[in-house]
Write a protein that binds this ligand. Sequence first.
Ligand SMILES: O=C[C@H](O)COP(=O)(O)O
Length: 256
Amino acid sequence: MASRPFIVGNWKMHGTRAMLSEARAIDRAAQRLMQVEIALAPPFTLIHPVRREAEQIGVGAQDCHPADGGAHTGDISAAMVADAGAGFVILGHSERREGHNEKDKLIAEKAAAAFDAGLKVILCCGEPMEKREAGKAVDHVLRQLKASLPDNVPEAGERLTVAYEPIWAIGSGEAASIEDIVAMHSAIREFLVKTFGEEDGTAIRIIYGGSVNPENAAEIIAGDEVNGALVGGASLSAESFMNIVLAAQDVIASQS
Ligand SMILES: O=C[C@H](O)COP(=O)(O)O
């Protein structure tokens, strides 16, 4: 695990302004938990309000369009989310790959646009159950990752985070086993070092997502090559999200 775990709450399509009280509570609690890097990715409509309310935590978007602007009704560019106050964008989430038929090439184009706009990128990858059962999970994830990366990743160690999210673990209440998580993260690390060189390849954070909750967070975050967590359902209440952050803080304390 890295010295400073990265815990990101992905609110998905949840949240109206009533949720701002949760963001405020998370931000207040974050002041006492500086050993953990905390961020929220609310829906587009809440990026600016969350940024205004929360000073200690990172704020990001859940998608962006690959073009700078133009006739794309309903879409939002990377520069627009940056202007709204986002510092990063989550790309390649399986819910976008499946629900919006997003392919690796488009995701790589979105990532290039995000980097150009000065954003950091959390790039998601993960296998469906059939691939895991067929013993092809690692091959599938590495192929997906390779194809979803843009040709140029500026300051990769600092600006790229990889999120490993096995599709079957998302929202199922059934996280992957720690052995499977560590094995996949180690394979991803090897790929990143090969692709970006020793320095950047070891600095890129690899976080795990898929049914992380306050009960399983410590075991997952303490895993080798696990640098944090991408949390969906359990990030919707400040209490459960901060219990995950506290678990990460305890892991750091126990290792120092
Ligand atoms: O982006 C977050 C992941 O899809 C995990 O969601 P979950 O924690 O609800 O399983």
